[in-house]
Design a protein around this ligand. Structure first.
Ligand SMILES: [Cu+2]
Length: 378
């Protein structure tokens, strides 16, 4: 009358033993497979030769040093991380991050606005509006008190303008719309030292900045910013909002994503993770200076260099107001800051926005101290 299946009864171990062993072997194998999958996905085993571009997004959130224990199953692998896309990343010419030299006399800034299809990530093209054929626009470097002559020629399809945060000038006169085919010029004197954003100010400004119309102007204080820097790099943070994947045809701005601050890419100088594949060089003990602008249109940049501290941080204009020994300094959208750091030993040092969603979307680069081999993810 018993309803217990005799095959499962404790009195018959010799009959059930092979099943238990088989189950144990199966479960052990399953566990091993899951373990391997987790390690590979986390990328901290060091044995997976993932390419740099692949590493950026796949492992950024799960790197041990900045532990964010994202379960392997929830890591989203962006679809553009194909081998072909990686090859594009390797051959892409990075935006020059080095601060250009000063020139004497009036600084001539002649910009011809153009609509162009830009590479913004490996294998991803965006139909951009640009100040001079690229995004960011050219870095402008002047000395405090120097006159800047701005000449805009609108080679695009719709009206544009240029707004300099370094200028004290009537915006209705200087920052006015320039129609397609027209040229407009104005002068200002850069009396306030610092690093400042410039951008198109034509409504909706969100659309114009998000389409590529932004850049940086560095104004050295009289006598130069002390102490002297051994190397100076300019980094402009910004987001891209795409209405498609940008692979078979160029994507354009997705205004809804822009309004909701849901970008596809966040970059340094317009291209996702370009200084990860092409690191910025430095040497041990040098005073390395970063001029950082958060162009947005909407994201702040929480500037941080992994493996060192910021020896000095100047936010915006006042060269006498300096923060020392900082770990992370917020650069607000539309703001700028200057950072000095140094490195105590050779190696690869990531520079990021420590708002790590931005890293996952491409706002990460490397300083290669001492010309070491290899790469690293973050
Ligand atoms: Cu514009």
């Amino acid at each position: 009358m018993s309803t217990i299946d005799p095959r499962l009864s404790y009195q018959q171990p010799t009959r059930t033993h092979p099943l238990v062993v088989a189950m144990a072997i199966f479960m052990s194998g399953l566990f091993a497979i899951v373990l391997v999958l987790v390690l590979v996905t986390r990328g901290d085993g060091g044995s997976t030769p993932a390419t740099p571009a692949e590493h950026v997004h796949a492992t950024a959130a799960a790197t041990p040093a900045e532990a964010n224990p994202t379960p392997a199953a929830t890591v989203v692998e962006p679809s553009h991380h194909t081998p072909a896309a990686t090859a594009v990343a390797d051959t892409h010419t990075p935006y020059p991050a080095e601060l250009p030299p000063l020139v004497s006399g009036v600084k001539q800034v002649r910009l011809t606005l153009k609509d162009v299809d830009l590479q913004i990530a490996p294998g991803v093209t965006f139909h951009a509006w640009t100040f001079a054929g690229g995004a960011p626009g050219p870095v402008i470097h002047v000395r405090q008190g120097q006159k800047v002559h701005v000449e805009l020629t609108n080679g695009g399809a719709i009206p544009h303008s240029i707004d300099f945060h370094a200028a004290r000038i009537a915006p209705n006169l200087a920052f006015k719309d320039v129609k397609p085919g027209e040229t407009f010029s104005f002068d200002f004197v850069a009396n306030d030292p610092g690093v400042f954003m410039y951008h198109c100010g034509t409504p909706p400004v969100l659309a114009h900045i998000a389409s590529g119309m932004y850049g940086a102007i560095v104004v050295d204080p009289k006598g130069g910013l002390q102490p002297k820097a051994d190397r100076s790099y300019v980094l402009v943070g910004s987001e891209w909002y795409l209405n498609g994947d940008g692979k078979s045809q160029p994507a354009s701005l997705d205004m809804e994503k822009a309004r909701h601050m849901q970008p596809d890419f966040v970059t340094w100088n317009g291209f996702a993770a370009q200084y990860k594949t092409h690191p910025l060089p430095a040497e041990v003990g040098e005073n390395v200076r970063f001029y950082v602008v958060a162009a947005g249109p909407s994201f702040d940049t929480a500037f941080h260099v992994v493996g060192t501290l910021l020896d000095r941080a100047w936010t915006d204009g006042d060269p006498h107001h300096v923060l020392t020994g900082a770990q992370t300094v917020e650069v607000p959208a539309g703001g700028g800051a200057i950072f000095d750091t140094h490195f105590d030993e050779n190696g690869l040092y990531p520079f990021v926005s420590h708002s790590f969603a931005s890293v996952d979307m491409g706002q990460v680069g490397l300083v290669n101290v001492g010309n070491v081999k290899g790469t690293m993810s973050h």
